[in-house]
Design a protein around this ligand. Structure first.
Ligand code: NAP
Length: 328
């Protein structure tokens, strides 16, 4: 089968089309005939040699796909060949076929195309688990979402609005701030020009936000705590601004705050399956109408131009998810 491999660590041009054996589904696995694959920040880090795939995962990049079930391995239940599905993967998405543990496979929502469905798995698993399940954002509460135009950030804004929360997002330009509002954010601040702590306090009339979804890490930790309400939660999903920070623990205690972090890729199939089961029950029914949670697509490239997709992501100009199509 045709796939894209990382021929050596380096810039986008190290991504090369190659021929690989078609994977075979083993017990509990589903073979997906891939139509579209999502491009994630993690793929660019893997290409640079900074984010190796977990043990046992494919070395082919790609953490989410949409397509149709080609065949199923022994013991797979409730999934049939021919079914339209999307899946979150530990790797292997930039290819004509990939295998996924059955727990990580979800139906493509009604009224969503394969290109649209490729925007879902990695973004919705990450945003839902960190913002709703772990941080516990509730109706009527407020959230500060950093990187509001990223794949994960745009999904987090839409999910928070679906949960009837109030949202303030950060982004690096006025154009991106407008896009955050288009995704449903009630307010947006250009962090290059304004202070997000002041903006979050003003947005909540001095109360502070109940949840922060953060992808900056070290450089933002103290300021995230400043922006937080009493009993609030900072949920960290990336360290783009450094892995270490100094923190006034007294302030953390006085706010009775929680700070938590997690990664999705390293979780076992059954742990991802728990997230998938909650998504299916709580979020999938909201998707067919495309009213609050909609596809957020930046650009679409053919698989053989995966390098251009990575160039686009590393330019930082994208808004929403970049998608690859596999044309046969
Ligand atoms: N923990 C997990 O399980 C998990 C899972 C998926 C993704 N992630 C992480 O989540 C992040 C988003 O992933 P993605 O695939 O959606 O990537 P992406 O679309 O490339 O998003 C990266 C975003 O970071 C923003 N950013 C960088 N510095 C910022 C700052 N100082 N303040 C606010 N925003 C800043 C950029 O926005 P501007 O251009 O506006 O600066 C951009 O929107 C990545 O860091 C990724 O590694 C984590």
């Amino acid at each position: 089968m045709k796939a894209v491999e990382i021929s050596s660590f380096g810039g986008p041009r190290v991504l090369r089309i190659c021929e690989r054996p078609r994977p075979e589904p083993t017990a509990g696995e589903v073979l997906v005939r891939v139509s579209t694959a999502g491009v994630a920040r993690a793929d660019t880090l893997q290409r640079q040699g900074k984010y190796p795939p977990p043990q046992g995962a494919s070395d082919i990049p790609g953490l989410d796909v949409a397509g149709c079930v080609e065949s199923i391995g022994p013991g797979v239940q409730n999934i049939q060949p021919g079914q339209r599905v999307c899946a979150i993967l530990a790797g292997g998405g930039y290819a004509e076929y990939c295998v996924a543990p059955q727990q990580q496979v979800l139906p493509i929502p009604e009224n969503w195309t394969e290109i649209e469905a490729a925007t879902l798995p990695e973004n919705i698993f990450t945003a839902f688990d960190n913002l709703i399940t772990r941080a516990g954002l509730k109706s009527g509460e407020s959230a500060l979402i950093h990187g509001g135009t990223s794949g994960v950030g745009s999904m987090a804004i839409m999910l928070a609005k679906a949960w009837n929360a109030r949202v303030i997002a950060t982004a690096g330009s006025q154009e991106k701030c407008r896009a955050c509002r288009d995704f449903g954010s009630d307010a947006a601040i250009n962090y290059r020009e304004g202070d997000f702590v002041e903006a979050a306090r003003a947005f909540t009339s001095g109360h502070g936000v109940d949840v922060v979804l953060d992808l900056v890490g070290g450089a933002y930790l103290a300021r995230n705590l400043d922006a937080l309400a009493l009993e609030g939660c900072i949920s960290i999903i990336a360290t783009q601004g450094g892995r270490t920070a100094e923190l006034d623990i007294g302030r953390l205690m006085m706010k009775r705050a929680r700070i938590m972090g997690s990664t999705m890729r390293a979780r076992t199939p059954s742990q991802k399956g728990e997230v998938a089961a909650r998504l299916l029950k709580q979020v999938w029914p909201l998707l067919p109408s495309k009213t609050v949670i909609r596809p957020a697509i930046d650009r679409v490239y053919p698989l053989q131009e995966a390098w251009r997709a990575h160039e686009r992501m590393e330019s930082g100009e994208h808004i929403g998810k970049i998608v690859l199509t596999i044309d046969r």
